[in-house]
Every structure is written in C-alpha cells, then in structure tokens.
Write a protein that binds this ligand. Structure first.
Ligand SMILES: Nc1ncnc2c1ncn2[C@@H]1O[C@H](COP(=O)(O)OP(=O)(O)OP(=O)(O)O)[C@@H](O)[C@H]1O
Length: 560
C-alpha cells in the first residue's frame, strides 16, 4: 500500500475533488507566471482583469484543495489507527504474544507518525505538480530548443536523484527494522526501572550495551538518509543554476535565443525552484511513509493471518452473551509453546476436565506446571492444538470461540485495570458497584462516577480488589481467578476463600481458582493438581447444583 492508495481507500470522491482543485490551482499559477512575463516583455500588456481572475482562481482552488485533502489525510490516519487496533483485538492471544507488544506499539506510534508527516505534505503536491507541468508547457511554447536543453538537464538530474533515493530507502528500511528493538528496550527501561536504579552498574550496562547500540544504529542510518537528502537538495539547486547559466551565458554566445526569451526563461526557472524543492521534500517523506506502510501492512497481514472468524469486537447484538451453561468439558486438550531449543519445549496436556455450575475447583501445582496455560485454554484465549472443548454437549469450534469466551469473568495474575467500566452500563450499576466497594473495603479509596473509577493508583492488593469488582459486575456464569489472593492480607485472604467464593458458589457460578494457598485447599469442592503440564490428581466431581436449587446471587439482582 502507498500513501495514495491509503487516501483513495479512505474516500475516492474526496481524493479526486482535491486532485482536480489542486490541478486547477497549479495551472492558474503557471498562467499567472506567463502573464507576468508577458507584462514585463515588449509584446504588449495583457488584461489586468485576466490577471486578477487568475489570482483569485489560483488562491481559492489552492485553499479548497488543501482543506479537502486535510480532511482526507486525517481521516486516513484515523482509519489506519482504528483498523490496526481492531485487527489486534481480533487476533488470537498466542499470535500476539509471539509478535510482541513492542512491535505493535512501534507500528501504532512510530509508523503512524511517519505516515502522518507524509500525509501533511500531500496537499501541496498536486498544486506544485500542476504548477511544474504548467510552467514546463509555457517554457516549451516560448522556445522548443531551449526547452529541449532544459528537459535534458532535468531528466539527468532526476536520474541521479532516483539513484540517491534508492540508497536512502535501503538505509530507512534498515533503521525501521531496529526501531522495534528500540521500543523493546524502552519497555524494559520502564518496567525494569526499579532494578536499574538500584544497581548503578546494571543501569549503565543496560544503556551502554543494549539501548545505546540500537539507538546508534538507527541514528547512523538516519544520518545517512539526511546526507542523501542534503545532496539531493543541493543537486536540484545546482541544476536550476546550471540551466540559468546556460540560458544567460551559453545560448546568447551562440545567438541561439533572443533577449526576451532568455528573460522569460530565467524568470520561470527561478520561479520553479520553490515547487521543485517542495516536491523533493515530499518524495523523501513519501519514501519514509512507504517503508512505514510496508511495516504496518506486514503487521496487519500477520495479524490477519491468524484472525478469528468471529473477532472480539463483533457486536453483541449479533449473538447474545451466554447467560448459563450446564456442563463444560475439556476433552484431551493440549497446548505447547514452541521454543528454539526443543529440549525445553513445554507441553500442557492432554487434559480431561469438566466443570458444572455451582462448583468451586482449585487448580494447584508448582511454578511452571501449566496452571495459567490451562486457564487460557479453558477460557478460550488459546485454541487447543489437539482435543477440544465441549459446551453442553456441543463442540466449541473456531467460529464459536469468541462467543464462548463471553462465559467467563476473570482476574488473571497479569491483569489490566481499566479506569472505566467500559460497556458495563445499567441505571443501577453504580448503586451495585458502591455496595461491592464497601464489601471489598475500598469505599474510602474509590468512587464510581458515571462508569469511571475515581482512583486506580492503589496498592497491588487493592487494585486486584477493583479488578474483582469489575468481574462481579460482569456477572457471568463462570469465574476464574489466577492467584488472586496472593497479594491479599491474611484477613482479606480469609474473606476471599471463606466468604466471596462460597457466595459465588451459592449464586450457581462455576468458580475456577488457581492457588498456592494450601491452607485453604479444603474449601474447594475439587482439587486438580498439575505437574509438568499433566493432571496428576483430580478429586472426584461434586454433583452439579440443579438450576432450581440455586440461591439468588447476593451480588447480582440485575444484569447490566
Ligand atoms: N508466553 C509464553 N511463551 C513461551 N513459554 C511460556 C509462555 N508462558 C508460559 N510458558 C512456559 O510454559 C510453562 C507453564 O507456564 P504457566 O504460566 O502455565 O505455569 P504456572 O503453573 O501458571 O506457573 P506459576 O505458578 O509460576 O504462575 C512454563 O515452563 C513457562 O516457561
């Protein structure tokens, strides 16, 4: 994709209107130059009304063209950002984990910025393009022979510039390849700030051995391109003066041109310098944008390759959220992480597991035994490589997976706390949320105003309680907590295992708890122990709670 296809894709109509207006403005400008030249010459003065008319036409159409293109540019950029974010949301989690956050961020920030810089220059391009064509036509009309010499010089200059631009492009591609890595270092700098500050030598080594060499590589490539740009600009200006020199000194020496043609030519060529300069800057910006668009396209493509048939952002109106289930079964599901070193490849499964409403299942096991991986498979964030998931007797297909995920409310160990309840809207929501805030002992810290949490700068344990609040408000049939209680104080840990979990059970929710708190293992209906990716112990299933015997949930009188 190029900047122009991006613009065309945004609005074909606006694009052609802007181009037409820009061309009219450019030709009007060229006509103005011809009029000025005629007025300065001996051939008689052209009409002042015509001159004024041309000025009005040139200025008005230029403004209109730039306004239309401005709308088009910003629309295209907006489209690019939203589309890429949407595609990201529709891409399977595993694929995103493999791509890496830094690559996505560098595309959304760096590439979008580069593209916006080029788009900002596009409006003047059509005006200048038409102006150059108009002036060249006028030059050809004034003298065919002089024009031939001029065209030869221009052609030669363009050939040299094309070679230089190709070199510039190579450097830009190399620099762009390393920008992802730079973003990776920026992320490490932010997340590892405490460690780097506490150990000066490590901090220095991080800068000098990792961040600085990458930044230096990018700097060198950009310096190379800016050198090429400087040489290109100098060459363009040399070309203009070479042509003027030829007109003023070489042609008169052979008596090839009369004086009025020489004056006219010099005037037009001098006038052409500004639009030629501007076109040169534009081609350089377009070159950078081209590299950025390639990267975005590649990312978009990579994202689209694995995109789910029913993405995460499909409208809920298409398929209502599942409000209950009878039985969920994992039948021989497996997942493995591909590693370069096959000896350290981790495989989870095959796992056979079932879940029914109103039971509390603990998944336990040592570090790295596969608990979180199992949670991702169970919740449909990972697709099983083998085996399958059966919901109420029906296998969950790839096309169902996004819908299947709507069964779950989760708080993962690595969770994100949104400051807004996003999509959770109901007139009574705030009143309910207020009740939960009191129960979670956060009422003095946080208020909920129009779906917005007043404060999320809290301790880790408190932030997890807020995440639990969101999960409560979602009120879904299955709850999954990944080491939720790990950051809670002993008192609230007890509240979690002895009050909150039984409450959810009474409400008929199926609750899956990943836990290392062996003191509380007895509170589970069922214990599933994992070791090196396999279930080594699974206590017998508790009989499912019949739907009619389920207690009304104390926290969910009304769904949002
Ligand atoms: N994104 C990933 N890419 C590659 N390997 C991974 C990834 N996530 C986990 N693993 C590997 O899979 C194995 C199981 O990880 P998992 O997070 O499921 O374990 P866990 O039982 O939840 O551990 P913990 O109790 O420490 O949280 C580990 O050996 C880990 O190295």
């Amino acid at each position: 994709m190029t900047v122009f296809t991006l613009l065309l894709r945004t609005s074909r109509k606006l694009f052609f209107v802007a181009v037409a207006l820009g061309l009219i403005s450019g030709f009007a400008n060229a006509r103005l130059i011809a009029l000025i030249n005629e007025a300065l010459g001996d051939a008689g003065s052209p009409s002042g009304v015509l001159f004024a008319g041309m000025v009005v036409a040139a200025v008005m159409t230029r403004v209109a063209s730039q306004m239309v293109l401005g709308r088009l540019n910003h629309g295209a950029l907006h489209h690019l950002r939203v589309e890429l974010s949407q595609q990201t949301l529709n891409t399977p989690l595993r694929k995103l984990e493999q791509l890496g956050e830094h690559r996505l961020m560098s595309a959304l920030k760096e590439d979008a910025f580069t593209i916006s810089q080029a788009l900002a220059l596009v409006p003047t391009m059509f005006v200048n393009g038409a102006l150059i064509v108009g002036c060249l036509t006028y030059l050809a009309w004034m003298s065919g022979r002089a024009f031939l010499a001029f065209a030869l010089g221009l052609g030669l200059g363009l050939a040299v510039l094309t070679v230089l631009q190709a070199r510039s492009r190579d450097s830009l591609m190399q620099a762009r390849g390393r920008i992802d890595q730079l973003f990776h270092h920026f992320r490490s700098l932010w997340t590892g700030m405490k460690e780097l500050k506490l150990h000066r030598r490590r901090g220095r080594a991080f800068i000098s051995q990792q961040l600085e060499p990458t930044a230096a590589f990018i700097r060198d490539r950009f310096v190379r391109t800016s050198d090429v740009n400087a040489v290109s600009a100098a060459l363009a200006s040399l070309l203009v003066f070479a042509i003027i020199g030829m007109l003023l000194f070489a042609f008169p020496a052979f008596g090839a041109l009369d004086r009025s043609t020489v004056v006219g030519y010099t005037l037009v060529v001098l006038y052409l310098q500004q639009p030629l300069d501007s076109m040169l800057s534009l081609t350089q910006a377009l070159l950078r944008a081209d590299v950025a668009l390639r990267n975005v396209g590649k990312m978009g493509l990579e994202l689209a390759e694995g995109a789910e048939p029913e993405g995460a952002t499909s409208t809920p109106a298409e398929r209502p959220e599942p409000r209950e289930f009878r039985r969920l079964e994992l039948v021989g599901v497996t997942h493995s992480y591909q590693r370069e070193n096959e000896d350290t490849r981790f495989t989870l499964g095959p796992i056979h597991l079932s879940l029914t409403p109103g039971e509390v299942v603990f998944i336990v096991g040592g570090n790295g035994s596969g608990k979180t991986t199992l949670a991702k498979l169970l919740t449909g964030l990972y697709a099983p490589e083998a085996g399958g998931i059966v919901l109420d007797g029906e296998p969950v297909t790839d096309a169902d997976r996004a819908h299947y995920r709507q069964l779950f409310s989760t708080v993962f160990a690595e969770f994100h706390l949104f400051e807004n309840l996003l999509g959770l809207t109901s007139p009574t929501l705030e009143a309910r949320a207020q009740g939960f805030l009191t129960r979670l002992r956060l009422d003095r810290k946080v208020r909920l105003e129009q779906g917005q949490l007043s404060n999320t700068s809290l301790s880790t344990g408190q932030r997890k309680r807020l995440a639990l609040l969101t999960a409560y408000l979602e009120d879904r049939p299955i709850y999954l907590f990944d080491e939720w209680a790990a950051d809670q104080d002993p008192v609230f840990k007890d509240v979690f295992y002895r009050e909150l979990l039984p409450d959810l059970k009474r409400a008929g929710k199926a609750v899956v708890v990943i836990s290392h708190d062996d003191r509380y293992f007895a509170t589970a209906d069922r214990l599933v122990r994992l070791e090196d990716g396999r279930i080594v112990e699974a206590a017998t299933e508790a009989p499912p709670v019949p739907l009619e015997q389920r207690a009304p949930p104390s926290f969910s009188q009304e769904r949002s």
